[in-house]
Write a protein that binds this ligand. Structure first.
Ligand SMILES: [Zn+2]
Length: 288
């Protein structure tokens, strides 16, 4: 089975990457069920990249239904150390125009019905999440997007809502008053579980529209959104093809040891079943 150190989780519109060689398609079983879909291992400039369509090919999972625990576990089992998440978002700021790219550095979690931790069932752990995105990966993404000449915004707060309905106008204005930059439905629990799994997580958020706060904007038509989505998909593919060769093998960030001091439960008290499911993440700490 092929391994990969870099993974791309594709969002709405990004179900595959055009023009690259797929070496293997993997159907992985995890202790948390099946991932959203098969994981393709692609070769980009001689580097293996795992690709997982977040909503499944054909877009079958609601944001709330995405099997994120299985997705992150499956990527970890392939040796993935860095995840580039691609997400379609609504803009909460005038200056973030449709088709602009945002590389967020913060998240406000407004989800309410999703499991968002691997801990529980006899193991207690608290991982730091003050900076939810990997700083090193954000830097590499920003540099690549800038060099390719796209309009982008470095940093910004991603509001993650439950969905599937979009926000009300009152909610949209509330999020603006909180300093939100973009709104989407999928950064949580992906970013949280990636951190618990000690995988770097960086995001390319592609703006498709102005959410519903901007009342002077002409009404968003489905055609406009679809057109922006496909332009965004082409941009995402170009960025991914160009970013891979800029990612160094060594990680200099703190993500790789994010859970080192996080687990509070006495290892001898952790139930065997829980331990075996999480061995892939924390086995290295238990062996000491
Ligand atoms: Zn990192």
């Amino acid at each position: 089975m092929e391994k990969a150190r870099i993974a791309v989780i594709g969002g709405t519109g990004l179900y595959k990457i055009e023009g690259i060689t797929i070496k293997e398609e993997l159907d992985i079983d995890t202790p948390f069920g099946k991932p959203s879909d098969k994981i393709s291992i692609a070769d980009i400039d001689g580097v293996n990249v795992a690709f997982l369509p977040r909503h499944g090919v054909g877009h079958r999972y609601l944001p709330t239904e995405i099997p994120v625990k299985a997705n992150i576990w499956a990527l970890k089992s392939l040796g993935v150390e860095r995840i580039i998440a691609v997400s379609a978002v609504g803009s909460l700021k005038e200056e973030i125009k449709p088709r602009d790219i945002v590389i967020p550095d913060q998240i406000i979690d407004r989800t309410k019905s999703r499991p968002n931790s691997y801990f529980g069932n006899g193991i207690v752990g608290h991982v730091s999440f003050a900076d939810p995105f990997c700083n090193e990966l954000r830097e590499i993404l920003s540099q690549t997007v800038s060099d390719l000449g796209y309009r982008f915004h470095q940093g910004g707060t991603y509001i993650c809502m439950e969905g599937p309905l979009f926000s009300t106008r009152a909610e949209s204005n509330l999020y603006r008053s909180w300093g939100g930059s973009v709104i989407g439905m999928t950064a949580i629990p992906e970013a949280k579980l990636a951190r618990e799994a000690e995988i770097c997580y960086g995001m390319l958020a592609f703006s498709t529209d102005y959410d519903c706060w901007k009342e002077d904007e002409e009404d968003v038509t489905i055609e406009m959104v679809v057109e922006n989505l496909s332009a965004n998909t082409r941009a995402a593919q170009e960025i991914i093809k160009n970013v891979v060769k800029r990612i160094p093998e060594e990680r200099l960030c703190s993500c790789a040891e994010a859970a080192k001091y996080a687990i509070i439960t006495d290892p001898s008290m952790i139930p065997e079943d829980t331990k075996s499911k999480l061995e892939i993440f924390y086995g290295k700490y238990w062996k000491k």
